[in-house]
Ligand binder design. Structure first.
Ligand SMILES: C[S@@+](CC[C@H](N)C(=O)[O-])C[C@H]1O[C@@H](n2cnc3c(N)ncnc32)[C@H](O)[C@@H]1O
Length: 213
């Protein structure tokens, strides 16, 4: 079956910007205490329950942070350049190519799944399918952590870091994502919406949910 265009385009875009993206955002976890609070809570809840994946792991910083908190975590990313970079950045960790739209995992096998600023690249009409896929791979009682920019616009970037590329990403309303999660069979446990930091244009949302046992 032919791959949907949005996957091909997103892969190409991140292949182009992988290295400067990492230089700009690689240390972000160190500077955002509210984000760390959500990661820390997620790690505490999921700890020792089983394997965890980060889908859309990019340069690997979030996977590495959660690994440092003791999770059995690996990263999956659409972009082979991002996967190569993450492996170089964190040679002891596991990163593989793949797509969150069709995870190469058996049903009910994960204790946790993190999608940190990666569902933003899925067309909103396809989010129900992606959340169904997340629910499929999580074990009963497994937890989901999402991060995204707040809003309702589709953005199209064609230039950054002195490079030309094409990347579409979506700002998302937390209330709508919560509705879609509920429709997919998740229970939403917490929502954190923080005001934009320096360098950010809009508020940022972090959602924690679980698949009922
Ligand atoms: C904004 S970056 C975030 C990277 C990382 N989570 C972080 O916070 O540093 C989005 C990443 O998601 C990946 N991605 C986008 N769509 C994806 C998909 N369908 N499946 C897996 N990864 C995807 C991109 O290749 C990119 O590396």
């Amino acid at each position: 079956m032919d791959e949907p265009t949005f996957l091909t385009d997103t892969r190409a875009g991140y292949n182009t910007i992988a290295i400067p993206y990492d230089e700009m955002f690689g240390a972000e976890t160190d500077t955002k205490p509210l984000t760390r609070a959500m990661f820390n809570a997620f790690a505490e809840i999921v700890a020792e329950n089983g394997p965890v994946i980060e889908v859309g792991s990019g340069p690997g910083r979030v996977t590495a942070y959660l690994d440092g908190l003791g999770l059995d975590i690996r990263g999956i990313d659409l972009s082979p350049e991002m996967v190569a970079l993450a492996r170089r950045n964190f040679p002891k960790l596991r990163f593989e190519e793949g797509t969150m739209t069709a995870l190469d995992l058996a049903d009910g096998t994960l204790a946790g799944l993190v999608a940190w600023y990666s569902i933003i690249h899925v067309p909103p009409a396809l989010l129900p399918e992606v959340f169904a896929e997340f629910r499929r791979v999580l074990a009963p009682g497994g937890h989901l952590l999402l991060g995204f920019q707040v809003g309702d616009e589709a953005m199209h970037r064609t230039e950054a870091f002195g490079l030309t590329f094409s990347l579409v990403f979506q700002r998302l309303m937390p209330e709508r994502i919560e509705e879609l999660l509920a429709e997919a069979g998740f229970v939403v446990d917490a929502r954190l919406v923080r005001q934009p930091d320096e360098g950010e244009k809009v508020a940022q949302a972090h959602l924690l949910a679980h698949k009922p046992a």
